[in-house]
Write a protein that binds this ligand. Sequence first.
Ligand code: BGC
Length: 739
Amino acid sequence: MTYGSVLSVFVFAIAGLAAPSDSGTEQRIRALLGRMTLEEKIGQMSQSTSMARLTDEFREQIRKGRWGSFLNAGSPADRAEAQRIARTESRLGIPLLFARDVIHGYHTIFPIPLGQAASWDLSLIEQAARTAAREASAEGIRWTFAPMVDIARDPRWGRIAESPGEDPYLAGLVGAAMVQGFQGPDLKNLDALAACVKHYAGYGAAEAGRDYNSAWIPEVLLRDVYLPPFRAGLDAGAATLMTAFNTVNGVPATGNPFLLRQILRGEWKFPGLVVSDYEAISELIPHGFAATPRDAAREALKAGIDMEMVSTAYWDHLKTLVASGQIPESLIDQAVSNILRLKFQLGLFDVTPVAPAQSHVTPESRAIAQRLATESVVLLKNQDRLLPLSKSVRSVAVIGSLADSPVDQMGTWVMDGQPADVVTPLAALRRMLGDDRVLYARGMVNSRDSSKAGFPDALAAARRAEVVLLFLGEEQILSGEARSRAFLNLPGAQSELVTEIAKLGKPVAAIILSGRPLTFHEVADQVQAVMWAGHPGTMGGPAIADLLFGEAVPSGKLTVTFPRTVGQVPIYYAHLNTGRPAPPTELGIPLGNPANPQGYTSKYIDVDFTPEYPFGYGLSYTTFEYSNLRVETPVIRRNGMLKVSAVISNHGTLEGTEVVQLYVHPVAASVAQPVRLLKGFQRISIKSGKSETVTFNVPARDLAFHNQKMQLVNEPGRYQVWIAPDSAGGLEGQFSLEQ
Ligand code: BGC
């Protein structure tokens, strides 16, 4: 795109913007801009991470308006003092904006986002974000870099832990719930955090799951899969957006006029603040997109980055870029307006700053954390109904370092959670059963340990116990940013430990704590029960103990496919059918030959092509039966509503909660559509022996997809529809959509 065309898109975008804030605020912004020097403007566009302490040098810089925002800065007292200086001692009194990665909690740590999503409980997810906002804002933070709404379909990518999973519809709803929770009813409230949907866009599509790697995403996939969760987060009111580190189809997301000017500002009319990721502007150079920091600054600003995080290309070069006429000052004014607008919306100019108070984990925040952890655990296997265990059990062996590791239990991106606040499964089990009945052995020093030195102790504990609880998985440092893995197996000597323990013939339940789907087929085969608990946060221990002993009934369902082997990756439920779909049971070397293509289907010769556990999957201690599917609207129109219902019956002896899912598939479309797409879900509680009719109303417009011309269309034709317990099963019906 030439500079001229970028500018015309930009002008169009501005003209089309929805009224971004009230006219009073716009007037104040204009008045302030009119008084600002170019340097002061560029200062506003700069975010620093280096203020570990409020030194004299920083005091002076703040007085001069050198910084608009700080990331991860100082103590609460430093932040308050820095704010006082900015407001009362800088020339124009423009307040600072303090940002932090409040990703899944602040002091109270909730499950990692991949775990939270597995609860499918949007209102609880919102409450967790609200709690985090209260705790963080009390300490002077008003901007969080969350939610991450990157679609993640590759468990090798370490940041899948931070993602709501593989599905755009669910990710959009989870992201929107977090936005509402962080921001609360009004950004002006002192306990509101401005949310930031990130990383725009395609960061989760990193080739081969290697962090920061290139993403090649056809526009139709971008528009149908990768972008909708961003749109949903912005529609929920997210005040800010962060660009991604990666290239998208060869153009870095941080210098991408197509993503930023055309789609974000032009089509979606986003009026808020766009921040780069950490040094992503200077990284335009190693990307091979800019030759010098000056070029990087120019390209990033032209594309529409309002604030530069950490690197200093803007500060170092925007002034001369304006002087030489390469950048019109109006572009800078636009960026600064977006920054000032947020500061006004947060009330930073008007509210008398309150002294920061140290916030704490409270009984209320613990209760939310425990409920969310309980709902996020997914029961994957429960042979012979080993679980729930009886509390009259003589003794349990608790084996594995992850049973008693507060830091690992909290998971990635925890900056303010205190290990001392964490209740581990070991502590919770001891509290529940008494110390005498709980025999603990680490087995291995940590999850990566390849030494078998701890095996004898673990085996001795297992021998003495009636039941063995094996805590397996991944430590905190194995997932998150820059933690891509090429293997998805349980690290270290864990599999060998399981085999040794299984030989004892005791009942074994495995609880897997990890930041990603892992492959543990052989392990699951050797034990009676398996639960996936993600990294469940501060109250993960009591949540797991309650689930193991039937104080709570599992209800979580996976929001990402668990593969059988890393060789199947990427694997996700919403794939296309191909021209040669294989029957699920077909395996092995084809019998035919190209001239007689028997068995020439889309599969592997050495492993089933189906996943180990599909998207949407999760067991309960009770049994739900699906029956009586009724498509109440066999024909719908483009502006109409699909209405489908089914009866869900609880045939077990316990009350339980089921996440009932609705999927659709257009049978023939101008761009082939996934075999199934999630279009609705409901979490319902059903008492033992009772049935409930679950009805879905889906507006036809929610069934739209992008055609070959990239228009969002409702194509007429026949559609399949399922009401299902997961993406692989369920009851199937049909309807048609007419123009
Ligand atoms: C991450 C972002 C994060 C930022 C600030 C980057 O490395 O990609 O997600 O918000 O750092 O800490």
